[in-house]
Design a protein around this ligand. Sequence first.
Ligand code: NAD
Length: 270
Amino acid sequence: MPGRLQNKVALITGAGSGIGLESSLLFASEGANVLLVDVALTGAQKGLGLIQERYPNVKADVFQADVGKEHDVRAAVDKAVQVFGRLDIMFNNAGIMHPEDDNALNTEERIWDLTMQINLKGVWWGCKYAILAMRQNKRDDQLGLHEGGSIINTASFVAIRGAATPQLAYTASKGAVLAMSRELAMVHAKEGIRVNALCPGPLKTPLLMDFLDTPEKRDRRLVHLPMGRFGEAVELAKAALFLASDDSSYVTGSDFIVDGGLSAAYVTAL
Ligand code: NAD
């Protein structure tokens, strides 16, 4: 059985941890050739090792890039095309939640700017260079490859729900990712380039768990989660796989919510 991403080329940012790492492994297991991109190479190298061990038939590589720098993002896309010949899937997933990000009164401008640089501009540049690369894609019926491609941008549930535990710059950056993704989906739909935003709920990954470092902080959130638990990175990877694959060929411009029901909740069950 060919995999759901057989012969496709995927670039995943933030591939060294959490959603990005699980997606790298899952995409490779479905036959994709994967470029694992991260600002810190240790986790991405680990992911590469696992892919080489488990899925020897796919090609994979790592690339060090800070998505907050346009030059780095461009170089990462160039690398994917140079090594694998094309780019079918761009997963703009890297993001930060800064510990000093707070409410309107306490958030310093440098924290705001850093957050926007990585979470918003990084996604914009990822889309920009992915679109340019995807425009070059030729149909190959033998390999089952199409024109265009699939872009997935990681936003967050906080783009659609307010939190009284504020991280203003983070929330604003994710709201912008959601709006930007929708508009890009409209502009590029007729080129066969699909753009969807992935909206994860709170997850058991370092990004959130490093921050929720006491039982009190975790319980403050858990009471609002209908399933009574945080999500797992692999549960987001499975959603990203759907958006990356041809199974979602008629899905574009969506706010793809994977939050365990959080955004549907008023009162949760005891
Ligand atoms: P994570 O911290 O486990 O992994 C993030 C990865 O991104 C790390 O490997 C890190 O090195 C990399 N990274 C950070 N800054 C980078 C940069 N400038 N350039 C390149 N790589 C960089 O986080 P995660 O939980 O897997 O989060 C992935 C995405 O999901 C983020 O965009 C995050 O905002 C979003 N998200 C997470 C949650 C959650 O609860 N964890 C909820 C909603 C949305």
